[in-house]
Design a protein around this ligand. Structure first.
Ligand code: FES
Length: 110
């Protein structure tokens, strides 16, 4: 289902948080490409609104530094430290398609 956000523009490099159909999401503009993903890190629930965008396609969580690919949602860097036992376990970040409809930013949530 496609849901429009009411947003028409997001400044490059900025992240907008938004709730759609009970999901907390972030939409960002990375060099002109809009990306949408879950606000909550799949590792331990860190708020990715405080994370850092890296390059064209990644976000680093501010809590433990895990990095996720914003196309696939896969973790691409896991800073595992032996002392912290099960830190390494995480799953993919939820990624959503962004569609522009009549100039409005919309998100597809299946
Ligand atoms: S909660 Fe995001 S890296 Fe641990």
């Amino acid at each position: 289902m496609i849901t429009c956000t009411g947003l028409r523009e997001i400044q490059e490099g900025k992240m907008e948080t938004i709730e759609i159909r009970g999901k907390d999401l972030i939409i960002t503009n990375i060099r002109g490409k809009l990306k949408c993903f879950s606000r909550w890190c799949p590792h331990k629930g860190g708020d990715l609104a405080y994370g850092d965008l890296i390059g064209d396609n990644q976000i680093r969580c501010h809590l433990h530094g895990y990095v996720y690919d914003l196309n696939s949602g896969k973790p691409v860097m896991v800073p595992y430290v032996n002392d912290y036992g099960k830190w390494k376990e995480t799953s993919n970040l939820e990624i959503y398609d962004v569609i522009i409809k009549a100039g409005e930013i919309c998100v597809e949530i299946i």
